[in-house]
Every structure is written in C-alpha cells, then in structure tokens.
Design a protein around this ligand. Structure first.
Ligand code: ATP
Ligand code: MG
Ligand code: FE
Length: 342
C-alpha cells in the first residue's frame, strides 16, 4: 500500500510517501521557523497562510522524489488534530480533495499517535508492550503501548510541556527560537552540575507525572540573583534537570509495566543529552532503548503516513464530511482505579 501523508498542524508543512506502513520513500519538510522567529513563537494566522503557500509544492516534491506516478497512491493520510485550527484545515482540505480526485480513501490521523509511530518507521520489529516517552512542544506523556492502537497513560505533565520549558528558558536566556536546539547547542559548552535545579515530583517513585513550570521559574530566579553566571552553565544545568526526571520516570515506567523497551517520540526526543542518558539507562536495566532518527522525532509527514496506514487497516477510511479537531486527545484505553488509573 502506498500512502501519501500530509502534516500541517503547527509550523511544519510536510508531505511524505510511505509504503507498507514503514518504508519511507520520500519525506519533505518545509519549516516555518524563520517566518515565526521574529515573533519568538508560532503566530496562528501567519502559519495558516504559509501552509497554504507551501503545501502544493511540498506534496508535488514528495511525489517527484518518490519517483512514483500519483496513480500508484492508495490512500491519503493527514493530521486532523490536535493543532491550530486554521493550520489543520489547510492540510485536511487538501488531503480530502486529493482523495476525492484520485478516488482513494482519506484517513484523518491523530498527530500524537503519529509521534508514537515514528519509531516503527525505522524499526518495525519493536515488541509490545513498550513504554513511549512522548516529549514535544505541546505534550509530555509516558504511555504504555500495549499493541497497535492500545495506549495506557502512565503519567503526563501537570503544567508546561518539556519542549515548552526549553522554548521559554531559551527565550529568557536570549538563545533564540526554537529553544530546544538552541539550549542543546549552548549546553555543550557548559557544566551540567554547575547549578542544582529542582527535579519536581521525583520523591514518590509511583508518581509518573511531570512538572516543568517550577523549574522554569527556578532558572529565572537564579539568573536574576546571579546576573554574571555563564549562560552555558545555566543551559547545561537546566537541560540536565529536565533529562534527569524524564529518564528516571521512563525507566520506572518500564519497570512497573514490564515493558520490553523504551521508545522516544516528539521534538524533544531530538535532544542529545536525553538520547545519550536514555540509552545508558536502558543498557543498565536490560531493556531495549530505541531512538528514532532526529528528523523523525520532530514534525514530519512520514509518521503521519505510517500511523494512517495502521488506522486504515484497523478502522477503515475517515468520512469526507469529517473536519479538523484542534483539541483531539490520544485515544486511551480505560483501566480500573484498582490499577491506580486515571
Ligand atoms: P505537539 O506534537 O505536542 O503538537 P509540536 O508538534 O509543536 O507539538 P514538535 O514539533 O514535536 O512539537 O516538537 C517541537 C519541540 O521540540 C519544540 O519545543 C522544540 O524546542 C523541541 N526540540 C526540538 N529539538 C530539540 C532538542 N535538540 N532539544 C530539546 N528540545 C528540542
Ligand atoms: Mg513544530
Ligand atoms: Fe508534533
């Protein structure tokens, strides 16, 4: 099956051709980072307009780079939520038009589920159950993936997402936008043990929730009190604090679920220290650690096509009358309070 994937939920316009759910034949990502950089964050109206301009050429390039005739495309999958409503609608409208014109199924894809599927693009042999640490600009979740489409929420952030914390701290330190890659780079020249920033919610080993808003405040207070501190030391110490709680809790999640492996997903999964520390922890615990390549961690359309392929097989096509869902949640399985559940 040849699936065209489309992604326009936030500030990346992307299209990809994926065969059989995991063979990435082409993946084109056009980032709006430079367009939004002046504003220090994504401006929704500007994002929609930029998607509108970029999408058709991006889709055309994905098809050309795949070297296939468009008649070979068997389905069109597109992110239909969560995300910015105007941005989502650009992709969804295009995907539905193409599906109609080519007379193939349309599949609306959950962006978060797609982040979970990015690992399968590079290793389809991953075994269930596995723990997925989903760390992105808008989400921070520990999920037990029991099977395709079966997700149990083990913990999540009670305030800021991990990526949001990177972005806010980077802005405060004047390191630029987006903050994650900027802090990652700055931290290389700093000492991660220079400042001991707080590791929130880490006293109780059964608590797999996260909190990053206090850490952000702690960084600001520290820098205000010590204006001469090296920003590389602050960046490195902040990054160490984030990675420390992420890895500690992911490890714990694998222990309590008996998972065979831990997989990373979402933009923050591109972080160098997180990647290194997670692999180290997995090696120690004898569980498999799997890191999707950096380009598959941040927003892309190959993961959308992959998740769409699985959803098409399990649920069939999405009705063309279905629109965009800005607040879409990950479909979680319910479990009893006896399991300590949500
Ligand atoms: P969501 O997926 O929750 O809807 P999103 O799509 O905006 O949000 P992603 O594109 O998956 O999020 O990830 C973007 C986030 O990843 C940003 O907050 C960015 O700073 C962060 N990020 C990217 N690279 C790195 C890195 N090397 N280190 C830390 N954070 C990073
Ligand atoms: Mg993005
Ligand atoms: Fe994302």
């Amino acid at each position: 099956t040849v699936v065209l994937g489309i992604e326009t939920s936030c500030d990346e316009t992307a299209a990809a051709i994926v065969m059989g759910g995991n063979d990435v034949v082409s993946s084109v990502v056009s980032s709006q980072i430079e367009i939004h950089a002046d504003f220090g964050g994504v401006v929704p109206e500007i994002a929609s307009r930029a998607h509108l301009e970029a999408l058709n050429p991006v889709i055309a390039r994905a098809i050309v780079e795949a070297g296939i005739d468009e008649q070979r495309i068997d389905a069109v999958a597109c992110t239909h939520g969560p995300g910015l409503i105007g941005a989502l609608l650009v992709g969804v409208s295009a995907a539905k038009s193409l599906a109609l014109a080519w007379d193939v199924p349309y599949v609306g894809v959950n962006h978060l589920e797609a982040h979970l599927y990015s690992a399968f693009l590079e290793d389809p042999t991953l075994e269930f159950p596995m723990v997925v640490l989903l760390v992105s600009g808008g989400h921070t979740m520990l999920i037990e993936m029991q099977d395709h489409g079966r997700y149990r929420l083990l913990g999540q952030t009670i305030d800021d997402a991990a990526g949001e914390a990177f972005d806010k701290v980077a802005r405060f330190l004047d390191l630029g936008y987006p903050g994650g890659p900027a802090i990652d780079a700055e931290a290389l020249n700093g000492d991660p043990d220079a400042i001991r920033f707080p590791r929130a919610l880490s006293d109780d080993p059964d608590n797999l929730d996260f909190s990053f808003s206090g850490l952000k405040t702690a960084v600001m207070n520290y820098v205000r009190k010590h204006p001469d501190v090296s920003s590389a030391d602050v960046a490195a110490s902040f990054q160490m604090a984030v990675v420390d709680v992420l890895v500690t809790k992911a490890r714990r999640a694998a222990q309590v679920t008996g998972a065979k492996g831990i997989v990373l997903g979402g933009g923050v999964a591109a972080n160098s220290l997180l990647r290194e520390e997670l692999l180290g922890a997995c090696a120690k615990d004898g569980v498999r650690g799997f890191l999707p390549s950096r380009s598959m961690c941040t927003d892309n359309a190959a993961m959308i096509a992959a998740a769409g392929w699985y959803r098409l097989a399990s649920d069939g096509p999405t009705d063309l009358a279905d629109g965009a869902h800005p607040n879409l949640k990950l479909p979680l399985i319910r479990f009893d309070d006896a399991d300590g559940g949500v």
